[in-house]
Write a protein that binds this ligand. Structure first.
Ligand SMILES: [Zn+2]
Length: 141
């Protein structure tokens, strides 16, 4: 799963141009421009457009909340569809992520791309009812 930007990496009282925002958030300027196309509000239409730190925070929080809430119990997040999708045959690889979480990885039923979901280890049993778990290797997609 691609890394999420940390909304707290920008200061709500400051304004940022695209390259400053990219740098603060560890993203590429192209990503910031995509966010603007996607609805991140800018303060002026002329160049360089400025974005308030507060707008960035609100945008990221809403975006991530949305991505999270889109997942049903039987879905992974498809990076290509950018949406919750069922994995093919409901089969997922189980990859230890850290001491508290596990990464599930499958193939998107719609497009075949890698889809992932981080679950808390305490919920692994519940997910095992839904998905067919198979052991995975800890490698990147
Ligand atoms: Zn997909």
């Amino acid at each position: 799963m691609s890394k999420r930007a940390n909304p707290m990496a920008v200061k709500s009282a400051l304004t940022y141009d695209v390259s400053e925002a990219a740098k603060a958030l560890g993203k590429s300027p192209a990503t910031i421009r995509n966010w603007i196309k996607d609805g991140l509000p800018v303060m002026a239409r002329q160049k360089p457009c400025l974005i308030s730190g507060e707008a960035i925070r609100n945008y990221l929080r809403a975006k991530y909340r949305k991505a999270k809430s889109q997942l049903s119990h039987d879905e992974l997040y498809c990076l290509s569809c950018r949406a919750g999708r069922k994995p093919v045959r409901l089969t997922v690889e189980v990859i230890p992520n850290n001491t508290k979480t596990t990464r599930l990885r499958g193939r998107c039923e719609c497009c075949g791309a890698v889809s992932t979901r981080i679950i808390s280890n305490s919920k692994a049993h519940a997910f095992a009812q839904t998905f067919d778990f198979k052991e995975g290797e800890n490698r990147d997609a």
